[in-house]
Design a protein around this ligand. Structure first.
Ligand SMILES: *[C@@H]1O[C@H](CO)[C@@H](O)[C@H](O)[C@H]1NC(C)=O
Ligand SMILES: *[C@@H]1O[C@H](CO)[C@@H](O)[C@H](O)[C@H]1NC(C)=O
Length: 125
């Protein structure tokens, strides 16, 4: 709900019902937005060997993150931040299947295998 809509609703509510106005809790954020107070776990790139536009993934360890539209099905390499590893899935929501690719901070993600090159949709650190 946009702020203007909330204000309009509030205004109408106050003129018609003087009882306490209860604001609905904000909708949960889509999980591909950068979250506050979470560590940067991984950098992924649109080209192999860490070239091209970079996506930096920030999340709690173990939390599944869906990639934003401009990086979904658009990543070719990745490097975990020191001490982390990262797994990518071809489906959203880290859906369990036999197809996933895990890389570390030491070069194992320099070139995503063909089956997930330009196909990663979610990741987990
Ligand atoms: C994939 O990444 C390239 C380079 O950043 C960008 O130009 C392109 O728009 C992206 N594709 C999509 C579908 O967003
Ligand atoms: C990841 O892939 C392995 C095989 O490489 C499979 O055994 C495992 O179940 C997969 N895990 C998930 C969460 O998809």
């Amino acid at each position: 709900m946009k702020l203007t809509t909330i204000l309009l609703t509030l205004g109408l509510g106050l003129t018609t019902a003087p009882s306490t106005v209860v604001l609905a809790a904000p909708a949960p954020e889509s999980n591909y937005y950068q979250q506050a107070n979470t560590p940067d776990i991984v950098d992924m790139f649109v080209n192999a060997n860490y070239y091209g536009d970079k996506y930096t993934g920030s999340a709690y360890e173990g939390q599944c993150v869906n990639l934003p539209p401009n990086f979904n099905d658009n990543l070719s390499s990745g490097r975990a931040r020191p001490g982390y590893h990262c797994t990518v899935w071809p489906d959203a929501n880290c859906r369990t299947n036999k197809w996933n690719f895990t890389f570390d901070d030491r070069g194992s993600g320099a070139r995503f295998p063909d089956w997930i090159n330009d196909r990663a949709s979610s990741w987990r650190g």
